[in-house]
Design a protein around this ligand. Structure first.
Ligand code: RAM
Length: 328
């Protein structure tokens, strides 16, 4: 009888230890907003990293709307839960700093990924690719199909989003020198919300009759714009391009609303973010010049703002979107 009891107790403890409740490290993957396929794909990679590390639990969380205020609430709740690390894609570079500083004061490791936090609010930042390269890529995607040049507009995400704003600045900087016949007429913001993005795309089309391309450097905005162009029978007149998730966007390459789009691998990005957060929990230093491990994705060397980039963006068109749409 006694032996049976001991056996039952040890089995119960072993089961508990194997489950995530007893994982030694809890890493929160905080996204701009939930319900975004790009972040769901990043979470796949994050869970893969957790499984590979073995003793890590990834808590996938974020607000319903892509605002800084809502993310601050999420951060405060994670501080109360005493997670070990927060890996955040930020809706604003500055507004989150006080909450994240509070987290760091409590011993929580903080990194940003995808969309950055100002250096004083995090220990390191992981960019998907080089900012200038992304900025140039989104213009080139439009320019490649406009040999005569013409009017283009940008449909972005939140007006405070660090990543989109940095890419738009880089795009604007590349325009006069490299794409002199491309005329950027407007930048509007759809907040990574389908309804708002749809309205903004309609507004652009109504305001700029000569518009030749809508460039949406957001996976949410690019789908909304392509749907509007499709619904308004503007295929062939307005080319929709930007950054798109192949699984969501394939239909618009197929129907001709878009010639080509680009993106990096979001699964790899989420995976890398968790690996980096785990490095910090394990005692790695996040200082300029430091090199950290990203598991199967190799190493990341931090620049003088303690940032680094993962990989180059990849272009998807009729020749390859089918294949990638099955992956992410
Ligand atoms: C949206 C988000 C995300 C961005 C992608 C390209 O899903 O704004 O931050 O990296 O688009």
């Amino acid at each position: 009888m006694k032996l049976l009891k001991i056996l039952a107790a040890t089995t119960a403890i072993a089961a508990l230890l194997a489950g995530p409740a007893f994982a030694q490290t809890r890493i929160a993957l905080v996204v701009k907003s939930l319900g975004n396929g790009f972040f769901d794909a990043a979470n796949k990679g994050a869970q893969e990293a957790a499984a590979e590390l073995g003793d890590v639990e990834v808590i996938y969380t974020g607000p319903t709307a892509a605002t800084a205020e809502a993310q601050i609430e999420v951060i405060n709740s994670l501080i109360a839960q005493q997670v070990d690390a927060i890996a955040i894609s930020a809706n604003d570079p500055d507004a989150l700093v006080p909450a994240l500083q509070k987290a760091m004061e409590r011993g929580i490791k903080v990194i940003s990924w995808d969309s950055g936090v100002a250096p004083e609010g995090r220990q390191l930042h992981l960019n998907p690719s080089e900012t200038n390269l992304i900025g140039e890529t989104i213009i080139k995607l439009a320019a490649d199909y406009l040999p005569e040049g013409g009017d283009v507009a940008i449909l972005s995400a939140a007006s405070t989003a660090t990543n989109q704003n940095a890419w738009i600045d880089a795009a604007k900087a590349a325009l006069p020198e490299k794409f002199a016949n491309i005329n950027l007429v407007a930048v509007v913001y759809g907040d990574d919300d389908s309804v708002k993005s749809t309205d903004e795309a309609k507004g652009l089309i109504a305001s700029y009759p000569e518009l030749k391309a809508i460039i949406a450097p957001t996976t949410v905005g690019v789908v909304a714009a392509a749907q509007v162009v499709t619904d308004q029978n503007l295929i062939g007149k307005i080319n929709v391009t930007g950054l798109a998730l192949p699984s969501e966007f394939k239909q618009f390459i197929d129907n001709g609303a878009s010639q080509a789009v680009a993106l990096w691998n979001p699964i790899d990005l989420g995976y890398s973010a968790v690996m980096l957060a785990n490095d910090l929990v394990e005692g790695a230093e996040a200082a300029p010049g430091a090199t950290l491990s990203m598991g199967r994705m190799g190493e990341l060397t931090l620049d003088d703002t303690s940032s680094g980039a993962m990989a180059a963006p990849f272009t998807f068109d009729k020749s390859n979107i089918e294949e990638f749409s099955k992956i992410y």
